[in-house]
Design a protein around this ligand. Structure first.
Ligand code: ZN
Length: 394
């Protein structure tokens, strides 16, 4: 069976939302939204899916048992953070990331490009990136080859090619990042291919490689990047350097990109998806998997998702709110505790409060993705999106 199987494609026509116009002439009526299955050595991911952001090999504040209860389908670990500590060699010595963490389901690893380039003293040149470790100040050099080797040692099921992420409204900066990403792809492919043959040993199941499309919010660059990537010998695609659909152009950029990328390969929207709007629009315009630190970060800061929008648990109005946040939510917080109790835990800075809030937020996005997946199968995505968004954003 192939790596990615599409179970259902859908062209929604009853959407109560403005579909952004894109500059491509690629058929506007081509179905983008789909439900499918990604197969890995650690099991299947039913898509569309929200992948838990496990930056340092843990979804912050949650144990594997929490993740299993929440039905987290997969996690994404961060190559930059794991490179600094404990180091890819140690993870390889443990038998790979699944054995090291005792996580039984699929794992993605990102390339580390985004984190490195967020560092103030990172220097990028035509061959790679030099940066100082935020942990001990050591100078570290990262290239496509070393990222691929580190990811191979970490041993996730799905790897991302080393790319240059950027966040700028300057066309020339984004163009340069895109061109570097393209120039680095052959070295990623060669190293991955080389390691793949070693990986055919029993102890290392097949690991997939995604190429990353860059270009920021510039349609011409995204089109160039997607055209460059679409025929590359990779298993799927990451879409990088997009941060929120609150930026009006983002949805149009996602649509444009996925209209060009081949239908039969999965697309992962990198690091974006902390809000229901991101997930709905990402799915609508053809993304299959999502990851974002948003739900866990918001939770630790006391921001919780609800059907009628985000709440801040530290707000004084919850001091004597003796009811759950949402009695229909299956999570441990909503099924067992009042908001008054959670408010108290945050006011006293108890770690239990952060754990419960994180459980709720992760449950919220994973449940939402399950509903979205079902709605594609049932041809009810349009009404789900309209009703959910109207309620959430008033
Ligand atoms: Zn809940």
């Amino acid at each position: 069976m192939s790596f990615f199987t599409i179970k259902k494609q859908s062209l929604e026509t009853d959407l109560d939302t403005e579909i952004p116009q894109t500059t491509t002439t690629a058929s506007q009526k081509r179905p983008l939204m789909r439900a499918g299955i990604i197969k890995t050595a650690h099991g299947e991911i039913e898509t569309p899916a929200f992948v838990g952001a496990a930056t340092c090999a843990t979804v912050k504040a949650l144990t594997n048992r929490h993740l299993e209860t929440i039905k987290t389908p997969a996690i994404l670990v961060n190559t930059y953070h794991l490179l600094l500590t404990p180091g890819p060699e140690l993870i390889a010595q443990a038998g790979g990331i699944n054995k090291f963490t005792n996580w039984q389901k699929p794992t993605f690893s990102d390339s580390g490009g985004f984190q490195m380039l967020s560092l103030p003293d990172a220097k990028v040149d035509s061959d790679g990136v030099t940066f100082k470790s935020h942990r001990n100040g050591d100078t570290i050099r990262m290239t496509p080859e070393s990222s691929m080797r580190a990811q191979w040692q970490i041993g996730a099921d799905i790897h991302m090619a080393f790319d240059q992420a950027a966040d700028s409204r300057d066309h020339s900066i984004m163009k340069q990042a895109m061109l570097r990403t393209h120039a680095w792809l052959p070295e990623n492919l060669e190293t991955h291919e080389l390691l793949k043959h070693q990986a055919e040993r029993d102890s290392k199941p097949y690991q997939s490689l995604y190429a990353v499309v860059q270009g920021g919010l510039f349609p011409d660059l995204r089109q160039t990047s997607a055209e460059f990537m679409k025929d590359q010998p990779v298993d799927g695609f990451g879409i990088g350097s997009l941060y929120t659909t609150e930026t009006p152009e983002t949805a149009a950029i996602i649509k444009l990109t996925n209209e060009i990328l081949p239908v039969e390969k999965p697309r992962h929207l990198l690091g974006m998806g902390s809000e229901p709007r991101d997930l709905f629009l990402g799915v609508l315009y053809g993304c299959d998997t999502f990851d974002c630190v948003g739900p866990t970060r918001l939770a630790r800061n006391g921001a919780l998702y609800s059907k009628t929008g985000r709440i801040n648990i530290k707000n004084a109005k919850y001091r004597d709110y003796f009811a759950p946040l949402d009695e229909t939510c299956p999570c441990e917080l909503c099924q067992n505790h009042t908001l008054a109790y959670l408010h108290h835990l945050f006011k006293t800075d108890e770690i239990t409060g952060k754990i419960l809030a994180t459980i709720h937020n992760e449950t919220f996005v994973i449940d939402l993705m399950q509903k979205i997946r079902q709605s594609i199968q049932d041809d009810t995505f349009g009404s789900l999106m309209t009703n959910f968004m109207n309620s959430y954003y008033n």
